[in-house]
Design a protein around this ligand. Sequence first.
Ligand SMILES: Nc1nc2c(c(=O)[nH]1)N[C@H]1C(S)=C(S)[C@@H](COP(=O)(O)OP(=O)(O)OC[C@H]3O[C@@H](n4cnc5c(N)ncnc54)[C@H](O)[C@@H]3O)O[C@H]1N2
Ligand code: MOO
Length: 402
Amino acid sequence: MLDFDTAQARLAARGRGPAGRETVPLDALPGRVLAADIHAVLDLPPADNSAMDGYALRAADAATPGATLPVQQRCFAGQTPDPLLPGQAIRLFTGSVIPAGADTVVMQEDCREEDGRVTILTSPPPGQHIRRRGEDMSAERLILSQGTLLGAGHIAVLASQGYDRAPVFPRLKIGILTTGDELVPPGQPLPPAAIHNSNAPMLASLCIGLGAAAPLLRHARDDADATCQALAELNETCDLVLSVGGASVGEKDLVKPAIETLGGTLDLWRVRMKPGKPVALAELKGRPLVCLPGNPSSAFAVFTLLVSPLIRSLQGRRDVLPPIRRGILDITRPVGGDRDDFLRIQAAQGAAGLPRLTPHTQQSSGAMSSLAWAHGLARIPAGARLEAGAEVDWMALSDWLV
Ligand SMILES: Nc1nc2c(c(=O)[nH]1)N[C@H]1C(S)=C(S)[C@@H](COP(=O)(O)OP(=O)(O)OC[C@H]3O[C@@H](n4cnc5c(N)ncnc54)[C@H](O)[C@@H]3O)O[C@H]1N2
Ligand code: MOO
């Protein structure tokens, strides 16, 4: 058996960054991956400005508490103040440019203004409440790196620099192949012995959550030619193909022979993880193809832990392997087996700082109710027998499925 970390590293390393780029306006950037380093073109703030509503003055003019200074001018954000005359103060507001000659700002709560004069109740130190030119971003400095997954914070930074668009990598095209005569699409009547195809919409939604284009879905009945045909079509049109089901040892496991018939190479693994043992990484016409196990919870775990790093590396992202968290097992019976167990858990605030991880009562690979419940997957290392209170690694879905 192949240990879990080796399988994960092999898949993460298979990703080759995307070819091509496109330029996209700010409102279409969330979830896209930056295709170039971005440098600042402006100093931000562009000039020294006030962090408070108050008065700009020379600290030396208010060294004695209770000093009273004439108010020379009122200057709002967006206006250019006159130079500050000696012994005077300029009324300003948050964001107002600091007048030449002023070296400090006193917030209005520490002053009293009456009849055009302001009394400074608390003597200010020099430099107080002044935001310096360029202290946030300075022109020509790197502000965003290629491979960054863009969100609201990055878009704010781009906009502040005057960029109204940015270069991004094209969205990854993923094809999903499901197999099995027992499967019927949702929305259609269910004959005896059939089940609805839940893996196709689940995997499509996982791919979209990772920023891929809406996947191309194909279903092949248990037939060698149909499987070959669907696989060839997906491989032709997509950057990555995921097949699900038919990866194990059954007599109708037709995906592997189809890959070989089409001239692909196949690396077949039995990964020491539960759920999710049968996984294969194939290469067909220079493009990767991953075979996932058909059991829905196995497909979900394999996608989350093994396929998502491959997708992130194919997307050209910097953060291929998301963080691993720590938590405390909240269990009533010992856990552990001969494979690394990835238990579907909910996390709650624990007493001692680390979160408390409660596994779902139904951990079977075929059961999927827990997928709509889980916050993450807690790892129980192969060979371990862990009791309540044991500290373990866990992968939050909110970290791994973006
Ligand atoms: N003799 C052995 N049997 C099995 C082994 C083994 O080592 N020896 N491994 C088991 C493990 S572990 C897994 S995981 C499964 C993997 O099976 P396959 O990847 O070949 O998948 P299928 O047999 O096609 O299906 C398994 C299960 O999942 C259901 N399924 C499949 N596709 C979908 C779908 N799109 N939507 C909903 N459900 C789906 C299918 O009906 C089966 O119930 O093999 C074990 N067996
Ligand atoms: O590995 Mo299978 O995924 O246990 O059911």
